[in-house]
Ligand binder design. Structure first.
Ligand SMILES: *[C@@H]1O[C@H](CO)[C@@H](O)[C@H](O)[C@H]1NC(C)=O
Ligand SMILES: *[C@@H]1O[C@H](CO)[C@@H](O)[C@H](O)[C@H]1NC(C)=O
Length: 221
């Protein structure tokens, strides 16, 4: 191999190694690294708390025991059990959330940029689906005891198709999966996405864009 080819080969190997290493939250290099959000140090996650200060409370959370309070127009609420609630999850690459739905409630189309999600139905029945990058909808009705998977980064939703409340437990391969809610991102961002961009994208007039923005705007309290 010529020196140029050599350099190229090393570059390719290096890039592959990076993409494998960061396919999900990074592998741990120590037993634990309990998050210390008060630290000003920014790493890929949170800095670690001194081990002498680590307690069982850093690994405990009781916040998914009860249904979340649903107080919005979509009729569902997500309660996270991620590194923000459980500091001990820092660097471990997993988390949970619980989602509660009123009858007919919807968890509107959204993505998790950093994680695949696997949901287990605790109660009720839901219509769920995700859309692939080839624009194909993969959807199914699922009920208590059943599982469905939403691949990392793909737009997905769940809708309670029953006349009773429903709930699910979701697991993620990230300590903090992140959520981009499609309608909220496009119509309620700060600063706002220009009306003409949304009008053109959705093939509607700017009046309709303003109507949607007004309906979705967080209510002033
Ligand atoms: C342990 O926590 C206390 C209280 O926050 C703090 O003052 C102390 O510096 C911490 N110890 C270490 C070794 O960081
Ligand atoms: C629900 O939201 C409304 C409007 O934001 C607020 O006035 C009300 O106090 C909330 N109720 C609960 C139980 O949080």
């Amino acid at each position: 191999m010529s020196p140029t080819n050599n350099t190229f080969a090393i570059f390719v190997i290096f890039c592959c190694a990076i993409s494998f290493a960061f396919a999900s939250d990074p592998d741990t290099l120590q037993d634990l690294c309990v998050a210390l959000p008060s630290s000003g140090v920014k790493v890929n996650g949170f800095a670690c708390k001194a081990e002498s200060n680590v307690t069982e409370a850093d690994f405990f959370f009781a916040g998914l025991a009860k249904p979340g309070v649903i107080n919005n127009t979509v009729g569902s609420v997500v309660t996270g059990a991620n590194v923000e609630k459980i500091p001990g999850l820092n660097t471990l690459g997993v988390s949970f959330s619980r989602i509660d739905y009123k009858a007919e409630g919807l968890n509107p189309p959204h993505t998790h940029p950093r994680a695949t999600e696997i949901v287990f139905v605790l109660d009720g029945q839901l219509d769920v689906g995700f859309i692939t990058t080839a624009n194909k909808l993969i959807s199914k009705s699922i009920k208590k005891g059943e599982i469905f998977v939403f691949p990392k980064g793909l737009v997905h939703y769940q809708k309670n198709n029953g006349d009773k409340p429903a709930s699910v437990l979701s697991a993620f391969n990230s300590q903090l999966p992140g959520t981009v809610s499609i309608a909220a991102a496009l119509f309620t961002s700060t600063p706002t996405v220009p009306d003409d961009v949304l009008a053109h994208a959705f093939q509607i007039d700017t009046k309709k864009v303003d109507d949607i923005k007004a309906k979705l705007a967080p209510k002033k309290t």
